[in-house]
Ligand binder design. Structure first.
Ligand SMILES: Nc1nc2c(c(=O)[nH]1)N(C=O)[C@@H](CNc1ccc(C(=O)N[C@@H](CCC(=O)O)C(=O)O)cc1)CN2
Ligand SMILES: Nc1nc2c(ncn2[C@@H]2O[C@H](COP(=O)(O)OP(=O)(O)OP(=O)(O)O)[C@@H](O)[C@H]2O)c(=O)[nH]1
Ligand SMILES: [Mg+2]
Length: 459
């Protein structure tokens, strides 16, 4: 009798839709038995193939009709991704073929894999810890080059090793505490040493925690908001950057009333462009709402393209708004003078010349290359200011807060004249247990399912 985690599971690993080749993966202790019942290999049988080989053959139905011409990749455990016996089938990528292969396998003893079940097995078989499992999910969904790099490094153990080091340090303080307790009469006392050590650990945790917020932009991609007066050409620039006529452009001031978003890749980074309503005083309630949203988008954005129309003078009202934005968000603003195909009528030296606007025309596309290069530079600048070596998620973050609080409780105990080392040891033990929740060494079944539910089927 096989346990649930030994049963053969099957899933399509490549995305749905038509294409050249798809991959269907099976793993479980009796995977060869299952696949041998649904396959035909000229002059051979699945049961006899060596591990680590790729073999030509067919998937067949119960009447021996061929479903598709495929390759079988044979990989015996324990040296596999999941640690279990694995067979991968690469077939032609047609949804009907894949459906037939899967239902044929299910008929002969496989069951459909759940989200993340392959990775869960890799975890259960000690191939990876929970932090590494999460890294696989990050890797699949990475939206930026930096997220890719960090999740791969996390998959290879960078964050896990940080945590294991923390655990080791705590075990060391636990040993000192126990020694102090045991040699109570001999005046051996590590109190200062333990306290200093714990303070240092709290400091390290604090530094790591601080980086949590900036992680979100690495993960989700970069928000770029187009902000400026009505008619400055925001929607025209938005369309030009997207290379499509997504936003409505007219010469009527106040054309864009609500922010609209669209995604593009710039230099391998996913960016969300946000076109916003032009800033001006107005009695129109709908437009007012739109303008409120423009300011919110400016605050939320990682990069602001602050646009003005250089073919006309800007009034004092506008100047005030631009100045405020430039002061408040100086670091994330790229200032743009639009409509340079027309005569320059803005007294640039008033406010804008110190900020050296990029001069473009969205009519002639002049200098759009420079604009795109500047956006890419800003993205690099953003990323280089992010120091954290890891991609923390909410689960890690909450766990770190918990650890930090518990260490602070212990540090507090050393401020008393009399230190009760039984109590210190008790708390340190608890902290070490909290840490193992992070790596998953003692985590409950429910906690596990929480983590793996985020995955896609086939992973
Ligand atoms: N076809 C295919 N490509 C794939 C995967 C897969 O499962 N199938 N992967 C799946 O996610 C990723 C590769 N990750 C893998 C991780 C570990 C092992 C593995 O066999 N580990 C063994 C032996 C390592 C060795 O030979 O040195 C082990 O850890 O014991 C394989 C793939 C991406 N590409
Ligand atoms: N000559 C010239 N006209 C431009 C340029 N860019 C935009 N325009 C024109 O300026 C007018 C306003 O352009 P939009 O892109 O709608 O401006 P907007 O900033 O989105 O305006 P609102 O949505 O109303 O805030 C349109 O008539 C455009 O054709 C440019 O570089 N040169
Ligand atoms: Mg517009």
């Amino acid at each position: 009798m096989l346990t649930r985690d030994q049963e053969t599971i099957i899933a399509q690993c490549t995305p749905n839709g038509k294409g050249a080749i798809a991959l269907v993966r099976l793993c479980g202790s009796n995977v060869r038995e299952v696949v041998s019942k649904i396959s035909y290999l000229p002059n051979n049988n699945i049961e006899n193939l060596s591990s680590g080989t790729v073999n030509f053959g067919f998937v067949i139905d119960d009447q021996n009709n061929k479903i598709d011409q495929v390759m079988f990749i044979i990989m015996d455990g324990p040296k596999t991704f999941t640690g279990q016996n694995t067979i991968e089938i690469t077939c032609h990528n047609n949804p009907f073929i894949i459906q037939k292969i899967i239902s044929q396998a299910v008929k002969h003893g496989a069951r459909l894999a759940q989200e993340g079940e392959f990775t869960k097995r890799a975890f259960l078989n000690d191939k990876i810890d929970l932090i590494q499992a999460e890294a696989i999910n990050e890797l699949i969904h990475a939206n930026t080059q930096l997220a890719l790099k960090k999740s791969l490094s996390q998959l290879q153990g960078s964050f896990s090793n940080w945590i294991y080091k923390l655990e080791k340090e705590l075990i060391r303080t636990l040993a000192w505490s126990q020694a102090t307790f045991e040699f109570l009469d001999e005046e051996v006392n590590f109190n200062q040493q333990i306290k200093d050590h714990l303070l240092k650990l709290v400091k390290d945790i604090k530094i790591l925690k601080k980086t949590f917020d900036e992680q979100q932009q690495i993960r989700q991609g970069i928000r770029i908001a187009l902000i400026g007066s009505v008619n400055a050409g925001k929607s025209s620039i938005f369309n030009n950057l997207l290379n499509q006529k997504r936003a409505i452009v007219t010469n009527i001031a106040g054309t864009t009333r609500d922010a609209i978003e669209s995604g593009i890749y710039l230099n391998g980074n996913y960016c969300t462009l946000i076109d916003t309503a032009g800033l001006r005083q107005t009695d129109d309630i709908i437009e007012q709402e739109g303008i409120k949203k423009s300011f919110e988008e400016a605050a939320k954005a990682d990069i602001i393209l602050l646009i003005f129309d250089q073919s006309r003078e800007i009034n004092q009202e506008e100047e005030k708004v631009y100045k405020e934005l430039l002061n408040q968000y100086s670091k994330k603003i790229i200032l743009i003078a639009n409509k340079i195909d027309l005569e320059n009528k803005t007294s640039l030296n008033r406010i804008f010349d110190v900020h050296k606007p990029i001069k473009i025309s969205s009519n002639t596309k002049e200098n759009f290359n420079t604009l795109e290069q500047n956006i890419e530079l800003k993205i690099l600048e953003l990323f280089s200011s992010i120091e954290s070596p890891f991609l923390l998620n909410k689960r890690h973050f909450n766990n770190l807060i918990n650890i930090e609080n518990q260490i602070n409780t212990v540090i507090e105990m050393f401020n008393n004249d009399m230190v009760h080392h039984e109590l210190v040891a008790y708390h340190l033990n608890n902290i070490i247990e909290t840490i193992s929740d992070l790596t998953g060494k003692t985590v409950s079944e429910a906690g596990l399912d929480m983590v793996f539910k985020e995955f896609c089927v086939g992973k």
